[in-house]
Design a protein around this ligand. Structure first.
Ligand SMILES: Cc1cc2nc3c(=O)[nH]c(=O)nc-3n(C[C@H](O)[C@H](O)[C@H](O)COP(=O)(O)OP(=O)(O)OC[C@H]3O[C@@H](n4cnc5c(N)ncnc54)[C@H](O)[C@@H]3O)c2cc1C
Ligand code: FES
Length: 242
């Protein structure tokens, strides 16, 4: 974990209530796709955890949905604004297990961390299939960005207004070597049941400290109690106890 001050380069709206903010500064604390950062926002007591969406030379991209005060303030960030951010939190995804045809499954605001993962897998010579699920077309974001990386992409919306009508589990391909998922817990449960091989699921639970000190995010697994923030947020399918 590394505490840094990052400067906003720009903020833009991607779709209804979803924003992207690019920061510049020391991002050397971030080592793995699937990790998250914890952002101090305004005078709010608790930091707000947001997944690493993309990472470059001194650049960090966060993509987030405005759901409350913290994310609303962040969405109004202007170039030059500075934020105190804990970087490199959590374990992240294990890219060594992907096989040649990894499946990436994202639902709603679970989609952002899959972007950096997808880019690293493609840079490593893999051919990912990306399945994205949203409620309706106004909430869809990043499908074209994944295609631009070179991934095969399928989109499902619950109301059928874009892509296939249904859930993300309705558009999974027949063949894949391993899977990586991130999204709300009901989606992760459905993914757990629908997949027939090993994989990893990332839990975006509510958190307190975000770095292992408060036990506020503790959960039971087959290998004992784990803290989502420190031992996760990524869990192997085989260790999850619902
Ligand atoms: C490891 C991790 C990674 C995350 N990555 C992302 C991301 O990449 N993009 C993104 O948009 N969000 C992400 N989240 C969720 C994000 O942290 C919350 O949406 C944010 O903290 C809400 O802050 P707020 O002040 O705007 O809302 P608050 O005022 O704190 O809450 C407003 C409403 O949002 C709900 N809410 C708050 N936190 C969560 C949560 N974790 N899950 C579900 N509902 C919540 C509350 O129940 C409440 O109804 C992540 C969470 C975790 C734990
Ligand atoms: S949020 Fe404090 S231990 Fe996980």
């Amino acid at each position: 974990m590394k505490q840094v001050i990052l400067e906003v380069v720009k903020t833009e709206q991607l779709c209804e209530n979803v924003f992207k903010t690019i920061f510049r500064g020391d991002v050397s604390g971030i080592t793995n796709p699937g990790q998250f950062v914890n952002v101090q926002i305004g005078g709010l007591y608790l930091r707000r955890p947001i997944s690493v969406c993309d990472l470059g030379d001194n650049m960090l991209t966060l993509v987030y949905k405005v759901v409350g005060k913290g994310t609303a303030i962040l969405s109004e960030a202007q170039p030059g604004d500075k934020f105190d951010i804990l970087t490199g939190l959590g374990n992240g995804y294990d890219l060594t297990l992907s096989g040649d045809r990894p499946l990436l499954i994202g639902g709603g605001v679970g989609v952002p961390p899959l972007y950096y993962l997808c880019r690293k897998l493609i840079e490593g010579g893999k051919k990912p299939f990306v399945a994205l699920g949203f409620n309706r077309k106004e909430e869809v974001f990043f499908a074209d960005e994944f295609r631009a990386l070179g991934a095969d992409v399928a989109v499902a919306t619950v109301d059928g207004s874009m892509g296939e009508k249904g859930f993300v589990t309705d558009i999974l391909p027949d063949r894949y070597s391993y899977f990586y998922a991130c999204g709300p817990e009901p989606m992760l449960k459905a993914v757990y049941k629908a997949t027939d091989c090993e994989g990893e699921l990332s839990f975006e639970e509510r958190m307190g400290c975000g770095f292992g000190a408060c036990m506020g995010c503790s959960c039971k697994t087959l290998t004992g109690n784990k803290r989502i923030c420190k031992d996760g947020p990524v869990m192997k399918k085989g260790e999850i106890l619902w």
